[in-house]
Design a protein around this ligand. Sequence first.
Ligand code: KG4
Ligand code: ZN
Length: 337
Amino acid sequence: MLVLGIESSCDETGVAVYDDEKGLLAHALHTQIPIHAEYGGVVPELAGRDHIKRVVPLVRKVTQDAGVSLKDLDAIAYTAGPGLIGALLVGAVEARSLAYALNIPAVPVHHMEGHLLAPMLEDNPPSFPFVALLVSGGHTMLIKVEKPGCYEILGESVDDAAGEAFDKTAKLLGLPYPGGPKLEALAKDGDSSKYKFPRPMIDRPNFDFSFAGLKTSVLNAVHKSENLEAEKADIAKCFEDAVADTLTAKCKRALDETHMNTLVVAGGVSANSAIRESLTALMNKRKGKVFFARREFCTDNGAMIALAGMLRFKAGERADLGVNVFPRWHLSSLKPL
Ligand code: KG4
Ligand code: ZN
């Protein structure tokens, strides 16, 4: 069976074709970074307008690359939420109309379920159950995953998401949008011992996160700095260390309390090398297993939507004939598969 996946929840148009026997056949991504960079962040109206221009050519390209025709498709999956409403609507309209024209089902997909399942696109996929750490621009969550679709949220960020903290800190350091990858690049030349930023909520006996205070500490360091240009890389490195330590401590607690020893890490921030290394070291120490997606599938992409869509399609999920999107949609409300 073949599913086309369409992602358009934020600033990337992603399209992919997934075959339930052969795996991923083709995928393509168009990023809007140059459009939003001059504003220092995503401008929702511009995002929607650009998705409109990109989505049809990308569907054409990906089906060609996969060597399939539209008539070969069994379903069209699309990100129905959470995300920017105008951006989501573009993918939803494309998916719904194409599915209608081809007389096949459209399948709504939860963006964060897509992220969470992205490591299953790799050759050595994780097996269930596991603890998942989802770290993206809008969400930071620790989740107990018994099986696909069964998501018990153990903890979440009470303020900024991890990616948001990276982006805001990058802005404080004068780095251009998108901040996360730029901050990582700057941190490579930084010295870990120069600042001791807080590890927020690390001693609290729960699984929640808070990154707003860490951002304030960085702001104070920036204000106090007498030579910011020379100290920027150290601040970036020490910030990155603080986030990595905090995420690692919370994952350890979640694994201990759930008596699990498999960790799946997904979402844009899981592309960060320092965080990957810290979590890998934790799991090596515990003789457990850790799974990440390849870096291009950590951030938004169509492949994860095609994969999650395939699972939901096989479980019988279908969109009705309306164009439905859910800008706010909680992961824990999904049906088990
Ligand atoms: O998952 P994602 O692509 O989109 C959302 O669903 O939000 O995540 C985007 C977030 C942004 O905040 C971005 O700065 C962050 O992931 N990010 C990174 C890195 N690459 C992307 N943060 C730290 N280090 C990176 N290498
Ligand atoms: Zn995302």
